[in-house]
Design a binder for this molecule. Sequence first.
Ligand code: SF4
Length: 318
Amino acid sequence: MSHETCRYEFPEGKRYNTFVGYFKRKYGERLQKIVLDAGFTCPNRDGKVGRGGCTYCDNAAFHPSYSTACKSLHQQLDEGIGFHKVRYRTTEHYLAYFQSYSNTYAPLEKLKQLYSEALSHPQVVGIVIGTRPDCVDEEKLDYLQELAKDHVVIVEYGIESCYDETLKRINRGHDFETARRAVEMTAERGIDVGVHFILGLPGESRQMMLDSCELINRLPIRSVKFHQLQIVKGTRMEQEYAEKPEDFERFSLDEYIDFFVDMLERLRPDLSIERFIGEVPPRFVNETPWGLIRNVEILRLLDKRLEERETWQGRDFK
Ligand code: SF4
């Protein structure tokens, strides 16, 4: 691939920064995440912040079968490593990914016990903690800062949208300012921060989503995940979509690839793009407008479109 027109050197001959490339650069190897369910809940479900949860949420749709809270963390790690070994035979080290629900939503002593247990697994070199921005405080972050001296530690915040009216509509129970503060408090301790956004939430136009790149670029983050809105069966979002489909931007696969290239052009070139498509299994969603195309094929389509448009991540970043 020619990079004659590309202003930046991205790893692996790509026209954007991949997360795998980031790991290889920083740690010299590929690190595979193993998803864990450590039995946490969420303040947006148990009544502390709200009840019923975010309108699109069904946690069962987001985690693999080997990860269930009735198994010990080591058992989940062993089974997850076995699962991934089939595909990535040369991977030697793993990250324990506390993914289900809000993984800092417990007293500090409990968190210490769970994170230490995962880190005691002989093949685990670090932890990735998925959580809500309103579930961290100085004390918890100070502890993570200590852990980060000897281990890989990444905190991943679900932000989902930069617009407060959207966050209200999807019943997130926090605003963008809360997310910005949590990201800054984490990053200023030298901890790597990743964030997550959903593209296509109700009330957001394509232009609004593109404009949010400017706010994302200002966050002191290392990586970002996006996924297209997938409407999970049985959620409140499914009902809302049935009642007001005109409020939702729905993308054909071709449109989404082009749209994501537009997003990439606006994003900071140093941000690692961990994901740009959702992976909810088809049995959980109300429709599969893109058919049963595999992720690896969609990644190939993105590379191809970047090439055709002779563009790259950060081209329009100022
Ligand atoms: S914060 Fe996460 S776990 Fe809690 S309701 Fe929302 S999406 Fe579900």
